[in-house]
Design a protein around this ligand. Structure first.
Ligand code: AMP
Length: 281
C-alpha cells in the first residue's frame, strides 16, 4: 500500500491508473477505522481495479464546540488495517495541504442540509460537501462508496454529484452493526460500559417503529412518538431529533404511504450518535 500525502502526487497516480484503463474506487474516511469502514473498502475493491482510502479528519465540518480535537486518531492501526484489506493507496493529507493559507471556497447543498443533523450542526454539511468535492478532484475516482449510516450525508453527496456534474458513481453501503444492533461508529469509543448498553436504545427505537409500521400504523406523529418513547426509557439518553421523512427530499411526512426514512440523533454521555432505518408499509 502506498501512502500519499501530497495532492499533486495523488492526482498523478490517479491519472496514470486512468490512462491504463483502470477503474478507481474511493472510500473517504476520518480514520479510527472499524468493521463498517472496512466493509466499504471491500465493496470498493469489488467495484474498482484500484481502491483509494482517504483518511482526513476534516476540520471544516466540526463546529468550534464540537469534538475535532478529541476525535479518535490512531494512524498506525488504521494503516495496518487498510494494508491488510489490500488497499492500493492511503491518501493522508495534512490540514495545510487541503486548506492552505487563503483557501476561500465553500459548497452548499441548501435544502438537503437544512433538516436533521443540519439543523443541529450549522455549517457541518458545507464542510462535508466541500471536502468531498476536493477529494473527487484530487483522487478522480470512477466510483465512491459512502455508508447509509450517514444517510443525510449520502443524499447530499448524491445531489452534489448531480448538480455539479461530477463524473463519479455514488454507492450507498448498508449500515454495519455490532451483533446487538448498535451501528458501528468511531464515536462509540467515547462510550463507557454503562453508556454502551444505553446506546442500544437507538436501534431498539428503530425496530420498535418498524414493528409499528408492520402492524399497520401509518400516522407519522404516532410512529415518532413510539420511537421517542423507546429512547426515553434510557434515562441517560438525550434526543437531538427523531424524524420521519421522505427518503429523497428529507422533508418530514405526516402519513406513511411509501418507504419512509426514520432518522435519529441521540446524545449519550459525550457521544452524539446517529442511526436510521428505511421503513416500508
Ligand atoms: P467516518 O470516518 O465516520 O467519516 O465514515 C467514513 C465512511 O464510513 C462514511 O461514508 C460513513 O457513512 C461510513 N460508515 C461509518 N460507519 C458505518 C457503518 N456502521 N456502516 C456503514 N458505513 C459506515
Amino acid at each position: 500500500m502506498v501512502i500519499v500525502e501530497q495532492i499533486s502526487e495523488m492526482q498523478r497516480w490517479s491519472d496514470a491508473e486512468r490512462r491504463q484503463g483502470r477503474r478507481i474506487a474511493l472510500v473517504p474516511t476520518m480514520g479510527a477505522l472499524h468493521e463498517g469502514h472496512l466493509s466499504l473498502v471491500r465493496d470498493g475493491k469489488m467495484r474498482g481495479d484500484r481502491v483509494v482510502v482517504s483518511l482526513f479528519v476534516n476540520p471544516t465540518q466540526f463546529a468550534p464546540q464540537e469534538d475535532f480535537a478529541g476525535y479518535p486518531r490512531d494512524f498506525e492501526r488504521d494503516r495496518r488495517l487498510l494494508d491488510a484489506e489490500g488497499t492500493d493507496v492511503l491518501f493522508h493529507p495534512a490540514p495545510q495541504e487541503m486548506y492552505p493559507e487563503g483557501f476561500d471556497a465553500e459548497i452548499e447543498i441548501r435544502d438537503l442540509s437544512a433538516p436533521l443533523c443540519g439543523a443541529v450542526r450549522p455549517g457541518h454539511f458545507k464542510g462535508v460537501a466541500t471536502v468531498v468535492a476536493k477529494l473527487f478532484n484530487i483522487v478522480r475516482p470512477h466510483v465512491a462508496i459512502f455508508g447509509c449510516k450517514d444517510y443525510q450525508q449520502l443524499q447530499i453527496i448524491r445531489r452534489l454529484v448531480r448538480d455539479l456534474n461530477f463524473d463519479v458513481e455514488i454507492i450507498g453501503h448498508p449500515t454495519v452493526r455490532e451483533p446487538d444492533g448498535l451501528a458501528m461508529s468511531s464515536r462509540n469509543a467515547y462510550l463507557n460500559s454503562e453508556e454502551r448498553k444505553a446506546a442500544l436504545c437507538l436501534y431498539r427505537s428503530l425496530r420498535h417503529a418498524e414493528e409499528m409500521v408492520g402492524c399497520g400504523e401509518r400516522r407519522g406523529a404516532a410512529i415518532v412518538a413510539g420511537a421517542r418513547a423507546e429512547i426515553a426509557r434510557e434515562a441517560s439518553a438525550r434526543i437531538d431529533y427523531v424524524s420521519l421523512c421522505d427518503p429523497e427530499s428529507l422533508r418530514e411526512i405526516d402519513l406513511v404511504q411509501d418507504a419512509v426514512l426514520l432518522a435519529l440523533a441521540v446524545r449519550i454521555g459525550k457521544a452524539r450518535l446517529i442511526d436510521n432505518m428505511i421503513l416500508k408499509p
